[in-house]
Design a protein around this ligand. Structure first.
Ligand code: CMC
Length: 425
């Protein structure tokens, strides 16, 4: 077996080396502390492999993203979101029969318990839909059984996939003060979501096939992204044997942050801000480079992609297509393209390998679809759900799983004696 040598304070340690199917190399340090007393130190986990996984492969330098071996470009062009859900959950593309059964199951389980509707009423219409989504997904455990960790949870995986879009649409309707629209089995997964969001009991909404197709593509592009912040959160919480619904709710909370999934909302806020400031995008490029300012170019940069984000490339073309077809001229798209052009030539961004990420163009498409800004991250969550479930499923099937419990390097006070309050200054 190949090993790596570590020399620490004059002593040598042999550490096993792992190699993945795409030749990624990792040094196995599981026995390091027991052998040497030392731990590894890696804040932000930029160099830490927390698991082995068969779900998604990313080569950030080459801009490669594959689900179960299939390139994202091929899936975005030829597949559907439901087919990609199947692929992520079960490891292979479905046969016609398997896909039909899977679609049938998703349609069958798309209603939420009537009593859950009352919970939406408790929120003010101004509540952020991500907060509602997280709370409702957690609450599914109360309605659909807190199935013990080691029991068959196949049904709850399907329930969650089927019901989260209904919850998302109800959260949207709540924010609009409109009556809820129930799921319709005869519609496609994405078409059903659009219908629940935009139809009224009195008025049927015409679903444009272009919009339906674009949203389906966006969901495919978001479906998994290996050990990102929210997926690692799912694995972290799931490692304590928490139930599926509580675990995914934790992933939703992590995704909400503006450095992660919340960035798509922040991008539009930033572009609108620039538009209101005479479209002076150069000023904001300078601000993003200024280390005395907190301003960041939202939708730029990625921990893993250091060349380009393949998802952003597909989305940029999709944004153009959607806007052209529905005849919308959005000045935000022009500002976005200008920011991208200037930033890609600017040494600050070039040296740091900062490129537009998936969130840079997705918001422009959502906006053209009439989806309000505070629903953008909910859309991301719907897309990411099959990835979270697939990673959780993989983890729970791993017989070597241990509870996630990192170590730390303590840098606080050393031992000192308690002083009575009367003696403190
Ligand atoms: N604008 C300006 N400077 C930036 C930006 C940015 N968007 N992103 C990174 N930098 C700078 C950063 O200040 C640092 O500079 P220096 O070396 O001088 O200290 C350097 O680039 C390296 O950045 P980092 O913060 O070490 O990178 P990271 O890997 O820790 O963070 C990131 C990655 C995505 C959180 C970060 O790039 C960022 O905050 N981007 C804006 C938010 C965003 O768009 N998030 C969505 C990510 S993609 C969707 C998803 O999967 O969540």
């Amino acid at each position: 077996m190949e090993t790596a040598k570590l020399i620490l304070r004059g002593k040598e340690y042999d550490l096993p080396v792992l190699e993945g199917t795409e030749h990624e190399v990792g040094i196995d340090v599981t026995a390091l502390r027991a052998k040497s007393g030392a731990i590894t130190f890696d804040p932000g986990y930029g160099n830490t492999g927390s698991c082995t996984s068969t779900v998604t492969f990313i080569d950030g330098e080459a801009g490669i993203l594959r689900y179960r071996g299939y390139p994202i470009e091929q899936l975005a062009e030829h597949s559907s979101f439901v087919e990609v859900c199947y692929l992520l959950l079960y490891g292979d593309l479905p046969t016609e029969n398997q896909l039909a059964n899977f679609k049938g199951e998703l349609a069958h389980h798309s209603l939420i318990h009537e009593d859950m509707k009352k919970m939406f009423e408790g929120y003010p219409p101004t509540a952020h839909p991500m907060g509602i989504l997280g709370a409702m997904v957690n609450s599914l455990a109360a309605f659909y059984g807190d199935v013990p960790y080691n029991q068959d949870v196949q049904l709850n995986m399907i329930r969650l996939l089927a019901k989260m879009k209904t919850i998302a649409a109800f959260a949207f309707k709540r924010s609009k003060g409109q009556p809820y629209v129930y799921p319709k089995n005869e519609l496609s997964f994405t078409g059903d979501l659009i219908n629940m969001m935009f139809s009224l009991p009195t008025e049927h909404y015409h679903i444009s096939p272009i919009i339906e197709d674009a949203l389906d593509k966006i969901f495919i592009l978001h479906a998994d992204h290996e050990q990102n912040c929210s997926t690692s959160t799912v694995r972290m919480v799931g490692s304590s044997h928490a139930n599926l619904f509580a675990t995914i709710s934790a992933g939703i909370a992590a995704l909400w942050g503006p450095l992660h999934g919340g960035a798509n909302q922040e991008v539009i806020t930033m572009l609108e801000h620039i538009k209101a400031d005479d479209c002076n995008y150069r000023k904001y490029i300078e601000l993003a480079k200024d280390k005395n300012s907190d301003f960041k170019l939202m939708g730029f940069g990625h921990r893993v992609y250091r060349n380009f984000d393949p998802r952003a490339k597909i989305l940029k073309e999709a944004a153009d297509r959607v806007l052209n077809t529905i005849g919308i001229q959005d000045p935000l798209l022009e500002i976005a393209k200008n920011l991208e052009r200037v930033a890609l030539e600017d040494p600050y961004f070039v040296e740091r390998k900062l490129y537009p990420n998936v969130d840079f163009y997705s918001g422009i498409i959502y906006k053209a679809m009439g989806i309000p800004t505070n629903m953008f991250t909910v859309m991301f969550a719907l897309g990411r759900l099959p990835g979270w479930i697939a990673q959780w499923k993989e983890m729970t099937a791993d017989p070597t799983l241990r509870i996630y419990r990192p170590r730390q390097i303590y840098t606080g006070e050393v031992l000192r004696d308690y002083t009575p309050i009367s003696e403190r200054n």
